[in-house]
Design a protein around this ligand. Structure first.
Ligand code: G6P
Ligand code: MG
Length: 227
């Protein structure tokens, strides 16, 4: 397979903001009388801001208590705190192996795209010093169906002018792997508990050009090997 582009998820693949989302949600949830733990936080991975709030209200048994306007205000409050926490991000926050891989992709002329549900994605790439390396970032505010729907990955392919079958998607969430697979792209999963990815790695450190080239050779002969 002739590789046109790699399309990355952001949180948990390029940088680890899950903990910052957790701190912000935990303080907002506590004000609503809801305690959330690390397990709840795991279930918010890859899920949009409003869907995360719905999940938290569900955990606290408070789904019916707030109007849409109130929910928007709660989500805005969470985001204010999250954005404050993002000021701690810098190039040192890039996950291991990602910066050298992006350089390698650039030098090989492979397109680089972003498919993140985060409305803060452009600001985060800027803070990490990576914004200029990305050829196209899908605009999360224009996506109607969140992962596991393939919409955001297909939008990234379209923006890059690439064919999904010639692109690889990288994700750390199960819903993200499902989205990549449904888009027709080849999937790489980062994390011990993921299933159904064409290639599953334990950490971003293992995400090297060598592994990617190997995966390309493999998909030449059998596109459907998913483990
Ligand atoms: C990513 C994260 C989610 C987060 C979502 C929206 O997908 O994994 O945990 O809820 O982005 O982020 P935002 O910055 O728009 O609130
Ligand atoms: Mg993620």
């Amino acid at each position: 397979m002739m590789l046109q582009a790699l399309i990355f998820d952001l949180d948990g693949v390029i940088t680890d903001t899950a903990h910052l989302h957790f701190i912000a949600w935990r303080s907002v949830a506590a004000e609503l009388g809801i305690q959330i733990d690390e397990e709840v936080n795991q279930s918010l991975k890859g899920i949009s801001r409003m869907a995360s709030l719905e999940r938290i209200l569900q955990v606290g048994g408070k789904t019916e208590l707030f109007s849409e306007t109130e929910k928007l205000a709660i989500a805005a409050r969470k985001n204010e705190r999250y954005v404050e926490l993002l000021s701690s991000l810098g190039p040192a926050s890039i996950l291991p192996g990602i910066a050298p891989l992006l350089d390698e992709l650039k030098s090989r002329g492979v397109g680089i795209g972003l498919a993140s549900a985060s409305l803060n994605a452009p600001g985060i790439l800027q803070a990490l010093g990576l914004a200029a390396l990305f050829d196209y970032c899908a605009d999360a505010s224009r996506i109607a169906h969140s992962k596991p729907d393939p919409e955001i990955f297909l939008a990234a392919c379209a923006g890059l002018g690439a064919t999904p079958q010639r692109c690889i998607g990288v994700e750390d969430a199960q819903a993200g792997i499902a989205a990549i697979n449904a888009s027709g792209m080849v999937s790489i999963g980062i994390g011990a508990t993921l299933s159904d990815a064409n290639l599953r790695l334990n950490s971003t450190e293992e995400l090297t050009w060598r592994r990617i080239a190997g995966l390309m050779d493999l998909t030449d002969t059998a596109t459907s090997v998913r483990r």
